[in-house]
Design a protein. Structure first.
Length: 331
């Protein structure tokens, strides 16, 4: 007997595995379950399946009883693969035989999406070869090691390449599902789902704004005093000749030593340090944006906006709103 009841609704199958993140399963059911037509009729049917029906361990102290097995995948119009804790530290880029057999049931042309590190499953199945994809920023290095044939974009919240979609961290599953609903049924339906769920219909920027990028430290110490002095005086102009003079070096020698020790040019290192200082001030202070720009050494709000956009994909105002909330309270 078919697991999906015959109807005109789009059929979504969620393939879960032991170690499932509860929130990710909830996101799919909540968002697609809230999508209705102008007449109030549900637009999707969402069912959950697993490799062996029965109790499925989650990341919390509860288990889910999943009634459907992998045969459900053959009936789906969209298959969504959430994260399992086994994806956090994948040993290799291969699928287990049961998981490979389950994915082989998916019909050609079926839309397939992953949430967070569920992208490791799609990549191991060969579904991402040559395609643009993303995953959680913490797992990007390992992903690139295991799947160099995938065009990984570590900055975005989600990707769509043909009929295959991927999303970044857990909450990016919200962005992914809203994108799918918007593509299927338009902005009005997706916005209504977002309002009902009390989430923004679209988030500014990508996951780059959530990534702390430590500025490289030196492996030697011949330019250490100049770097320490610069960090204490980021708000002022720091010409290269002045930094070199602090180490009693010529500009040419200082630049060479600096790059050898830090792996960056002095100018690039200073820019990154100023971006980090600006991020700290936007998160932890109520200073106006022009004061943040001055204190970080960018001089003007226009310059700060340019460099922060380049580093995080969002403006200073959007960055502050994300990390401090509407009343300026640190999140």
């Amino acid at each position: 007997m078919a697991a999906f009841v015959a109807s005109d609704r789009h059929r979504v199958a969620v393939l879960v595995r032991p170690g499932l993140l509860q929130m990710e399963l909830g996101i799919v059911h909540q968002l697609f379950g809230q999508a209705v037509s102008a007449a109030g009729d549900p637009l999707y049917t969402v069912l959950t399946c697993t490799l062996v029906p029965g109790a499925v361990r989650t990341d919390g102290d509860v288990t889910f009883n999943v009634a459907h097995g992998p045969e459900l995948l053959a009936e789906a119009d969209t298959v969504i693969v959430p994260t399992s804790d086994e994806d956090y530290t994948p040993v290799d880029g291969r699928l287990s035989p049961p998981l490979a057999a389950a994915l082989a049931r998916i019909r050609p042309g079926t839309r397939i999406a992953s949430i967070c590190t569920g992208s490791f499953v799609l990549a191991a199945a060969g579904l991402l070869k040559g395609r643009r994809a993303t995953t959680h920023w913490k797992s990007c290095d390992r992903f690139r090691e295991l799947h160099p044939d995938v065009r990984l974009d570590s900055d975005v919240l989600y990707t769509e390449d043909g009929d295959v979609l991927t999303s970044a961290g857990v909450a990016s599953g919200i962005d992914l599902c809203l994108h799918i609903i918007r593509a299927d049924h338009g902005v009005a339906v997706a916005n209504a789902v977002a309002r009902t769920t009390v989430v923004p219909p679209h988030r500014d920027g990508g996951q780059a704004q959530y990534i702390r990028r430590p500025v490289p430290e030196a492996t030697g110490s011949s330019t250490g005093a100049a770097r320490a002095w610069a960090l204490d005086h980021l708000e002022r102009p720091l010409p290269l000749r002045e930094l070199a003079a602090l180490e009693s070096m010529s500009v040419r020698t200082f630049t060479r030593r600096f790059r050898e020790e830090v792996g960056l040019s002095p100018a690039r290192w200073l820019t990154l340090q100023r971006v980090e200082r600006a991020r700290q001030l936007l998160e932890e202070s109520d200073l106006p944006v022009d004061r943040v720009a001055a204190n970080a050494g960018f001089g003007t709000a226009v310059s700060l906006r340019h460099h922060l956009l380049e580093a995080t994909g969002v403006t200073p105002t959007a960055y502050r709103r994300t990390f401090r909330g509407p009343r300026g309270t640190p999140l």
